[in-house]
Ligand binder design. Structure first.
Ligand SMILES: Nc1ncnc2c1ncn2[C@@H]1O[C@H](COP(=O)(O)OP(=O)(O)OP(=O)(O)O)[C@@H](O)[C@H]1O
Ligand SMILES: [Mg+2]
Length: 431
């Protein structure tokens, strides 16, 4: 029989052999349950009943260290113990266990000086085992209690210690998870506020800019008409430059308005045929630039749940980028397809064999006005992909790019919550 407070065999040495098959099975089940929980109360609920069952005890408590006090946070027992109560560390056995970072094995509580007998007299408890949660600097303790004096077996103590170790890991996981969740929530709130501000700003500025821009365009035309043939070569050149600049600015305004709309517009979710949508867009691109010979392949039967108009904006931007940035390739080829991601999620992609870009900068492309190519090489405002990202995020998906300079780019996106589709393998057939 171990003396009070003595070290029982450590896990997983000799003592583990003493674990009964039933106890081991219960411990394994508990480890599995604990690996899935995300909150402290859920841990407590699992541990209090596992402790009682594994030790074959009449009651079990889950104690948390709360500064210099022991908080009897939870219990599972034949009659009430101390649930919800807090005691100074120095006056209770769970405090002794935590301060000494070792188990207490007490066959008869009324002969042990560490026990505050008055606190135990109203309860059924006659003997107990208490183990610390987390070997170094304990953060709590698990207690098992019996209604008669008895010598707890080394196996019972080892089982409780193993449970306590698992509990410590689960508690640390919960802490990390909670901190991460809080950080993500705070950051998301910040970003949402910033986005709302930015969207409201760009939307109102864009609206306000439209009228003066129309005036510049209109009056430039009047001026051109008035000057007619009298306009000098130089004057005609200047007028041309004004027209170019107004067109450029008007594109930018429309892009900004589309970005604001993509974030604010109400969504109507339906089953969207992305294959048909991609083909319509491809056809428009061909009509706009019939001189270009591009091999364009669209996979059949690509479907996603979402807002048809907004998903059209996604494909329009990705396809027109592929079209634009492959304009200098010898044999331009664009492929729209879908693959099955590692977790079974559909990864839609738009791939081209154009100019590509430095893959290290891929993340930046989704920030408004970030361009990796000059306007002289490829015209554009640098707003398209940020609009795309907004739409994808609103659909609960994500978007990312891979590329190599001179060897093309691939943009992949998911849409909505991960829907498994086991029948899906990489597929892309001719349009
Ligand atoms: N398929 C692609 N191949 C190579 N670079 C690309 C491709 N798609 C996007 N990029 C790079 O990402 C940048 C941002 O793309 P984005 O679509 O946001 O803007 P843009 O095409 O320059 O202008 P616009 O706002 O008119 O779409 C581009 O300027 C380009 O440098
Ligand atoms: Mg673009």
């Amino acid at each position: 029989m171990p003396s009070p407070g003595s070290h029982p065999p450590s896990v997983p040495d000799a003592g583990i052999l003493a674990l009964q098959a039933k106890t081991s099975a219960r411990l394994i089940a508990t480890v599995q349950q604990l690996s899935l929980v995300r909150t402290l109360p859920a841990i407590q609920a699992i541990v209090r009943s596992a402790a009682r069952e594994m030790a074959g005890a009449d009651g079990a408590t889950f104690v948390l260290r709360d500064g210099d006090r022991c908080h009897y946070a939870d219990e599972d027992a034949i009659s009430p113990l101390w649930k919800g109560q807090k005691f100074p560390m120095s006056t209770c056995i769970s405090g002794w266990v935590m301060l000494n970072a070792r188990p207490a094995v007490i066959p008869d509580i009324y002969v042990d000086p560490r026990i505050p007998h008055d606190a135990y007299r109203p309860t059924f408890v006659k003997s107990l085992v208490m183990v610390p949660i987390r070997a170094e600097t304990p953060i709590g303790a698990i207690g098992a209690y019996w209604a008669r004096t008895r010598d707890p077996s080394p196996g019972e103590v080892v089982a409780l210690q193993a449970l306590a170790q698992t509990t410590a890991v689960a508690m640390e996981n919960v802490q990390v998870f909670t901190e991460l969740e809080q950080r993500v929530a705070a950051r998301t709130q910040q970003l949402e506020a910033l986005n709302r501000e930015m969207e409201a700003f760009s939307s109102s500025v864009s609206h306000d800019l439209r009228a003066p821009l129309r005036a510049i365009g209109g009056f430039t035309q009047f001026l051109a008409n008035e000057l007619g043939d009298k306009a000098s070569e130089k004057a005609r050149h200047h007028l041309g430059r004004i027209r170019e600049a107004t067109t450029q600015m008007s594109t930018l305004i429309e892009d900004l308005l589309q970005m604001a709309k993509a974030a604010q517009q109400e969504m109507r979710q339906t089953e969207v045929d992305l294959s048909a949508l991609a083909r319509e867009i491809a056809e428009r691109l061909r009509q706009e630039q019939p001189s270009r010979a591009v091999e364009l392949v669209v996979a059949d039967e690509m479907r996603a749940r979402g807002d048809r108009g907004l998903l059209g904006v996604v494909l329009q931007n990705l396809l027109s980028n592929a079209w634009k940035y492959s304009s200098k390739a010898a044999n331009p080829r664009i492929e729209v397809g879908v693959e099955s991601g590692p977790d079974g999620t559909k990864h839609f992609f738009v791939r081209d064999n154009g100019v590509g870009f430095n893959a290290a900068k891929a993340e930046k492309l989704f920030t408004p006005f970030t361009r990796l190519h000059t306007a002289a090489d490829f015209p554009g405002t640098g707003v398209g992909l940020s609009t795309v990202q907004r739409v994808i995020h609103r659909h609960g998906g994500r978007i990312w790019a891979t590329a190599e300079e001179g060897r093309g780019a691939t943009f992949r996106f998911t849409c909505g919550s991960p829907g498994r589709d086991d029948s899906l393998r990489s597929s892309s057939r001719g349009a």
